[in-house]
Design a protein around this ligand. Structure first.
Ligand code: FE
Length: 217
């Protein structure tokens, strides 16, 4: 299928062939990238979907950020009824807040003085994107994916998180249809603050489990 990528086009514009322009990174396309382009162009050509709809969906995905998850955590810290619902069925509880994970399962795991939870996807990069946005590069790296399950304490130390020996570390392996979010322990100094302030204490890393919630810097 002919292509008309044009380096002079600005990102975000639609090419004459009907698919969104992507900056050329000068690497040959992989089999799956070629497949994606072919299927996308075919769907546009046959009129099943428009290029603008695709671009709008990409924009929606790009707009998701860890602030979504931080709102969930801050509410769990302050609303026992919501927290109970979240621990029971995180997909439904967060859907009720407007963060729809689709058909996937979502499990909330809570950190405490005795238990510390960490999330990984050993196979690829499964991540609760609806709550945390795009995963950081290190989350997708082979080193994190393999070492997080083999030597989690050592990995956490490298993130600057040193846990005492009496804290049990639990590593959760995400899958294509099962995602996790860590509910970090609420720092003492944040107790009593209103939710909009609490949100600023909840970092992305604390919801993956490689960091703790802390005062905004
Ligand atoms: Fe994955």
């Amino acid at each position: 299928m002919p292509h008309d990528h044009n380096d002079s086009q600005a990102p975000g514009t639609i090419s004459p062939s009907g698919h969104p322009y992507r900056p050329d990174d000068d690497r040959p396309l992989t089999y799956w990238q070629n497949m994606e382009i072919a299927v996308r162009e075919l769907l546009v050509e046959k009129g099943y979907i428009t290029a603008l709809q695709i671009q709008n969906q990409i924009d929606t995905m790009d707009a998701r950020s860890p602030t979504n998850g931080a709102n969930v955590v801050a509410r769990a810290w302050t609303d026992p009824e919501f927290k109970a619902a979240l621990m029971n069925d995180a997909a439904q509880a967060t859907r009720d807040m407007g963060f729809d994970i689709g058909p996937m399962h979502l499990i909330a795991v809570e950190n405490s003085d005795m238990v510390h939870n960490v999330v990984v996807c050993t196979l690829c990069s499964c991540y609760p994107r609806n709550l945390l946005g795009l995963p950081p590069d290190w989350y997708k790296s082979r080193a994190y994916r393999s070492r997080a399950v083999i030597e989690p304490r050592k990995v956490l130390t490298e993130f600057g998180l040193v846990l005492s020996e009496n804290v049990q570390v639990r590593v959760h392996d995400s899958t294509a249809d099962m995602r996790y979010i860590v509910i970090p322990s609420q720092p003492e100094a944040s107790k009593g603050l209103p939710v909009p302030d609490l949100v600023k204490w909840v970092t992305r890393d604390s919801m993956i489990g490689v960091g703790k919630a802390h005062a905004p810097t």
